[in-house]
Every structure is written in C-alpha cells, then in structure tokens.
Design a protein around this ligand. Structure first.
Ligand code: HEM
Length: 542
C-alpha cells in the first residue's frame, strides 16, 4: 500500500502547488476553519491547477479552478468524476451520516448516476420559477414575523446591539420549515422547544460533520453494510465507542421524527382524500415536500420513490437550504452595515418600488426580480463570499481534461494545455477561489464591486454558467436545485428588513470561518459558539 501511495504521488510532480504545513499532507490545510486565504490564494500563486501533496496518510490530489477543466469535470465528462466516496460535498456530509448511522436511505445529495437522475427529476420539478414564485406569501409571512420581533426588541431600546445571525437563523429555519416541508418550528417564540431542539440538532451536526472527514472512509464501508436493519441496530448500541457519533445520533433523533410525522400525516391525507385534499394541509399543500409526496403518489409504480427516500430528501432540503441562506443574509447585513451609502441607495430603490404598490401591499416575485441594485449586490456578495468554498470528486478512470490556462511545469518550465488525471485521484474544485481569480474576473476580482453587474461592465466568465458564470451554486448534474428559492428568499427578507431598519456595525471585527458553509464569529468571542457570537449589528427602527 505504501508503494502504491508513493507511486501515485509521482504523476503530478510537475504541477506547482503549496507545501503542506504538516506531515499529514494537504488535508489539514484544506479543511482548517482559517483556510479561506489558503483557498483564495491558490490560482493566484500556483495557477488554475495546483498539486496538493499527500503526506503520511494519502496520495497527491489536485486543486482545480481552471474554467475548461471545471466544465469538463462537472458537465462534459462528469460520468468519470463522481463525488468522492470518502466525502461528498457540504450537503452530503450530513446526508452521508444519516444512512451510515441509521440505515435511512440516501437522498438526492448523496446518490449518484441513475438513482440521482430519478430523484433530481422530482426535486427539480419543485423549484421551477413558477412554483417558487407561488411560495412568496409564505416567505412574507415569516419575514413579517421577523420584522415584528425585531421591532419589539428595538423599540425597547433603540440602537440596541442585536445578534442578527440569531434572528436570521430563526427566519431561514422557519422559511425552510413552512415553505420546504409544511411545518412550523415556532421559531420566533422565545420559548419554542421545537425551534431549540431542531436548531440545536442542526448546529451540533454541523461542526461534527466537518470534523469527520478523516474517518469517512470507515463510515463508507458501514454505509454499505447490509442488511440495513443490522446497521440500524448496531448504531443504537448504547456503548457506541465514539462520542461524536453518539452526539450525532442524538441530533438525528431530534430531527428524524419530525420528518416521519410529517410524512405520515401527508400520506394519511392522501389515502383518505386523494391529491385534492392536500390543499387543506399547512401552507395550502404548496410546500416543497408536500408537492413531492403528491408527485410520488401520482407516479406509476416503476418511478415511485420509497418512503425512506422521501424522508431523506426532506433532510436534503432542510440542510441544503438553511445555513447557506442564513450565512449569506448575515454577510449581506455586514456589508451594508459597513457601507452606509450603499444601504441608503438600496433602501431608496426599495421605497421607490414600494411606492408603486397599493398601501400595505408587498413587492411580489416579479417586483423583487426587477430591482437592479439589490440584484447586483446579492450577485456580487455571492461571487466573492460564496458560502460553499469547495467540493470534491474522484476519477473512476484515467481522464484527460482541457485547460484554459496552461500549466507551467516546475521541472522543465514547459507549458501543457491538457491535464491527465489518473484514476482514483481526489480532485478539489475551488469554487470560492475560481470566483475570485484575477485571470478570470480582472485585477479587481477580490474587491466587492456591485457596479460590475449594474452596467454589465463584467462580461460572462468562462466558468460553468449556472449563475452569472460563477461557481457559487456549482454546475452540472449536482447544481443546487434551490437557487431560485434562495435568491427570492434572500431578496425578500432583505427588502423587509431594509424598509424598516437601519444597520450599523459593532466595533469588534467579525471573522468568517470555514465550516461546511461560512460562519461569522466576533473576534475575541470565538469560543462562545456560533449562535451566541455571530454577526452582531446595531439596529435602529426608522
Ligand atoms: C445561497 C444559498 C445557497 C447556496 C450558495 C447553495 C449552494 C449549493 C451547492 C454548492 C450545492 C452542491 C453541493 C455538492 O454537490 O456538494 C448545493 C446542493 C444542494 N442544494 Fe443548495 N445552495 C443554497 C441554497 C439552497 C436552498 C434554499 C435549498 C432548498 C430549498 C438548497 C437545496 C440543495 C439541495 C437539495 C442540494 C443537493 C443537490 C444534489 O446533490 O443533487 N440549496 N447547493
């Protein structure tokens, strides 16, 4: 095995790359919570393909930000680049643990190939612009609860310093709850046990999951264990010799029954009254999962998903859609708190649009789509502060991919325009780094400049085109299905907040650490945990 590892290290010796900071190799540098600068620097210092040196525990890997190579890996030649069996993406790290520990079947985020295609068909049908626009009233219901709650807090003491991430987490969990799975966590009720329990579970799963990458190869073999009942029984052995797994189990125990109860309730409605009866359920049966259950009910036998698969997809939706949006919204507020002029311009744009509506009427889906400054700010924020930093894949055979930017050999200084990726190589796709590459976006790539989208001074990049030529939502078969949902949700919550409040920064700096998404922490209060030391702002009502 050692010989094999040494042999597999050699093919990439000609590719420039960073020296690992420990003998373990690149893994710790790549996953460190403080690794953001390491990622951003990659294309600038080493080029758009970099060699990541394996250490004692592994072979060399590649870090790729090259547009042509990304197009090949994610789209044209994606069949040879499945998600690594050891760890697959940010949604997946949690989805992977569910089946591993509990025998629950895999959801869309953790399956590949034909099974993925089948599940994605159901998933994509939920997220068309038409369907998402119909969720607008549900989003507003939650956004106005957030507004009322914040008003009550701020009226008590104007200019109060408020932990906005806490409010935004409540709002995004409530939105994904009501619009995603037709369930309320009563998130704005201070004494809501449902919120505390579920949110506590999500936030404890997050750090656990990002710590587990080193043991995932072991989990993978557990995941394949059959029969499933044996796996499930073993997971419940009280003496599970691993505290993280026990904690994880407690978290899943808090979440899973919520999904099971909801599923059973919808199924019962269907059995008693057929599809039409779903209109009488929470959210008028329009929530994503009720729509999925209904489509599954109507599908012919050959195309139906099992109960376990639908349950797993409830998890995929809740986990895929919660912290990504709360983290992005917190980032947005940080930006506008630090740029009062931009905040004022955004508010003016919103007021102007609102003035055209009848009194008390909210901006609808199309109105929100048509606000150029809000759109440019959201776009630019998602470009340079992509909540997901990277994903990874592993080749199943030797593959040659084209390159936009040639590799300059460290051995003989020659240029190569194609890259041979050997079977089994771990390939890291640097989404945030590609979003900031100066070669792709220009010398001002790392600067926050919404104007680049306003007058379209920014041409489309050569990166895959899922969203303005940026990598934030990925691309190809695993592209984020929730993009339209996320953009509407963010614009709508920001519109409600900006029309009622002004935001100012607190004096302490905020650091953004890399977890599975980006997590804000107030410097000096890092150890207090994500919910208590997040993106405080000083908020005023106006
Ligand atoms: C700013 C917000 C968001 C960002 C930046 C984002 C980004 C991403 C990325 C990068 C992936 C691919 C991950 C991978 O393959 O490892 C992904 C997948 C996914 N996202 Fe999102 N997402 C966002 C919001 C949402 C929302 C609101 C939902 C649901 C309502 C959602 C549901 C999902 C699901 C189900 C997947 C798995 C898809 C699959 O594997 O086929 N996301 N997202």
């Amino acid at each position: 095995a050692i010989f094999a590892a040494m042999k597999s290290k050699t093919p990439y010796a000609y590719i420039p790359g960073p020296t690992p900071s420990t003998v373990v190799g690149y893994l710790l540098d790549l996953h460190s919570p403080d690794a953001l600068p390491w990622h951003f620097n990659m294309p600038e210092e080493y080029g758009h393909v970099a060699r990541l040196k394996g250490g004692l525990v592994g072979a060399d890997a590649l870090y790729i930000t090259d547009p042509a190579a990304l197009n090949a890996i994610l789209i044209r030649q994606q069949a040879w680049f499945p998600e690594s069996t050891e760890f697959a993406g940010y949604v997946n790290v949690r989805s992977i643990l569910f089946p591993v520990l509990f025998g629950i079947s895999d959801g869309v985020a953790s399956v590949q190939g034909l099974e993925h295609k089948k599940q994605r068909k159901y998933m994509d049908a939920l997220f068309t612009a038409n369907r998402v626009s119909k969720l607008t009233p549900i989003f507003y219901q939650v956004a106005h609860q957030l507004e009322d709650k914040l008003k009550a807090t701020v009226c008590e003491s104007p200019g109060k310093v408020v932990d906005m991430l806490d409010y935004l987490t409540r709002a995004t969990l409530e939105i994904i709850g009501t619009a995603g799975i037709g369930h309320t966590f009563n998130s704005f009720d201070d004494k809501s046990e449902a919120f505390d329990e579920f949110h506590g579970a999500i936030t404890s799963v997050l750090p656990l999951a990002s710590r587990l990458f080193l043991v995932l190869p072991f989990l993978e073999s557990w995941r394949k264990m059959r029969p499933v009942w044996l796996r499930r029984t073993l997971a419940y052995v009280e003496t599970l010799p691993w505290p993280s797994a026990r904690k994880f189990r407690a978290a899943v125990d808090a979440m899973h029954p919520v999904y099971v109860d909801l599923y059973k309730a919808r199924q019962q409605v269907l059995e008693e009254g057929g599809s039409a009866a779903l209109a009488d359920t929470a959210a008028g049966g329009k929530d994503l999962i009720t729509s999925m259950i209904q489509a599954n009910w109507d599908a012919d036998e050959a195309h139906k998903m099992s109960e376990d698969t639908v349950l797993a997809n409830m998890g995929s939706i809740v986990h895929g859609g919660q912290e990504t949006t709360s983290s992005s919204l917190a980032r947005f507020l940080t930006i506008i708190a630090e740029n009062q002029n931009l905040q004022k311009r955004l508010r003016e744009e919103l007021r102007e649009a609102k003035a055209k509506k009848a009194a008390g009427e909210d901006l609808d889906y199309n109105d929100l789509e048509k606000l150029p400054l809000l759109d440019a700010v959201v776009r630019e924020m998602l470009r340079i502060y992509s909540p997901v930093t990277f994903v990874w894949r592993q080749t199943t055979k030797d593959v040659v991919v084209p390159l936009t930017y040639p590799i300059r050999s460290t051995i003989n200084d020659e240029e190569t325009k194609e890259l041979l990726i050997q079977q089994g190589t771990a390939v890291y796709l640097g989404m945030s780094a590609a979003n900031r590459s100066t070669a792709i976006w220009g010398n001002d790539a790392a600067e926050f400049k919404p104007e680049r989208w306003l007058n379209r001074t920014q041409g489309e990049s050569k990166l895959p085109r899922a969203y303005s030529g940026m990598m934030t939502f990925l691309s190809g078969a695993k592209v984020c299905p929730g993009k339209t949902f996320a953009l509407l949700e963010m614009k709508l919550v920001l519109a409600v907040l900006l029309l009622s409040f002004s935001f100012e920064p607190i004096s302490a700096p905020i650091d953004w650490r890399m977890g599975i998404t980006l997590e804000p922490r107030v410097r000096g209060r890092e150890n207090e945990g994500i919910s208590s030391s997040s993106s405080f702002s000083s908020v005023t009502l106006h």
